[in-house]
Design a protein. Structure first.
Lengths: 85, 331
């Protein structure tokens, strides 16, 4: 649906690019701040996410290409595909 | 009743003459207990000079991120370590976004690009987008593409873009604290060209960038001097990775003071709720603002952040018995 263009500044190197999500399918990375889920409760991130789309792939910590539309959004990870909300 | 509100009742409500900078400052400095009276007066002014209708608009980002400018509030600047990546929206998705917007009853659809100014590729994409929307969707198309040349202004008129958004963002004296890659005066030049072209001028800004109350009043006076058709009023939503990421959000009471003050400075303008209201005002505050001078809303999502569901805002307008402005009234 979108033409995706590489950013001028590249994303941070993913720590485990291509790795699967954690045990039981739990995400490894916070999709709002990109930090480890295990590092903290990310309560502020969870609250902020009510009014923000995800920016980081929860599986591999790649920065996603996000398109916000009037009634939804799509976020694409080059490794793990597209999610919509 | 504070003297400034007595003065405003005569000057603004009865005669339609907006408050000057000193008057706006007096409203912004009203003690908490007088804020409801200021909002009530601002509402009366809005009803008297604009009417009960509320203009509903949707916006979409045609080109997201990678902007060469350094607007310190913006997550789309390529100069900051923001998580926002560059994305272009294709024409079918743009048309679908316009359809979604029209389905809410909105009369305005604003196409926005994160650029200093449009290049040939962006103008071509916009032309194709506007043509496709006009062929399929009954809605007015506005645009926001940064600073323009006269040739680009003429091209937008020829495309049928009826309103152009270019925010001054903040007052002239504070602008260099917010943007260093271009000047307030450059923005003003674009606005002057847009006005002369016959397109409607949409120009507002963001409160909570670190400006003083005096600078907030200065901004209202400068906007009033521009006399735009529409003033979108944003409240800073601090974005991760930007220089303003750690700024506090505007207090709800201060936001309401500003709404009343801006309405009393510009009795006839379309004063629109834009970004940040969900964070600053919440549901109750949103209602208070609509009863305090606001007569337009952006419904649905913003450019990189999400808004309330459009249905929530439409229900609120219905509860308040404020009719949505019809497309026929905008032509």
């Amino acid at each position: 649906m979108t033409e995706l263009v590489e950013p001028a500044a590249g994303p941070p190197r993913p720590r485990d690019a291509g790795a699967p999500v954690g045990p039981g399918g739990a995400p490894c990375w916070c999709d709002r701040c990109g930090e480890s889920v295990a590092a903290g409760p990310h309560e502020a991130c969870a609250a902020a996410r009510a009014l923000e789309p995800p920016r980081w792939c929860a599986s591999c910590r790649r920065r996603m290409k996000v398109q916000v539309l009037p009634s939804g959004w799509s976020a694409v990870c080059v490794e793990h595909g597209e999610i919509r909300g | 009743m504070p003297e400034i509100l007595d003065q405003a009742r005569t000057q603004v409500l009865e005669n339609g003459v907006g408050l000057d900078e000193a008057g706006v400052l007096a409203v912004l400095n009203l003690p908490d207990e007088h804020v409801p009276a200021a909002l009530q007066l601002a509402h009366e002014v809005r009803m008297r000079w604009c009417g009960p209708e509320v203009e509903v608009e949707g916006i979409v980002s045609l080109k997201t991120g990678g902007c060469p400018e350094d607007c310190h509030f913006c997550s789309q600047s390529g100069l900051f370590t923001s998580p926002v990546r560059s994305v272009w929206l294709d024409i079918p998705a743009l048309v679908e976004a316009a359809k979604q917007t029209a389905a809410t009853g909105a009369t305005e659809f604003c196409i926005v690009a994160a650029v200093r100014g449009p290049d040939a590729r962006l103008m071509k994409q916009l032309r194709e987008g506007v043509d496709a929307i006009r062929a399929e969707v009954d809605i007015q198309v506005a645009a926001s593409l940064g600073m323009l040349t006269q040739e680009q202004v003429d091209e937008l008129v020829e495309m049928g873009v009826h309103r152009y958004n270019h925010n001054l963002e903040t007052c002239r004296s504070y602008f260099p604290n917010v943007v260093t890659t271009h000047s307030w005066e450059e923005r003003w030049e674009t606005l002057t060209m847009v006005r002369a072209s016959g397109m409607e001028v949409c120009c507002g800004g963001i409160l909570g960038l670190g400006e003083t109350v005096e600078q907030r009043a200065e901004f209202a006076a400068q906007l009033a001097a521009l006399d735009p058709h529409e003033v979108p009023l944003n409240f800073l939503n601090p974005r991760p990775g930007t220089p303003l990421a750690d700024r506090p959000v505007v207090e709800g009471r201060d936001a309401l003071r500003a709404i009343a003050a801006f309405r009393l400075a510009m009795p006839r303008t379309i004063l629109r709720y834009a970004g940040g209201r969900e964070l600053t005002l919440g549901d109750l505050g949103t209602r208070d603002g609509l009863l305090g001078g606001i007569n337009a809303v952006i419904v649905g999502n913003y450019l990189t952040t999400l808004g309330r569901p459009a249905t929530d805002d439409l229900k609120l307008l219905d509860d308040l018995k404020m009719p949505v402005k019809a497309l026929s009234a905008t032509l």
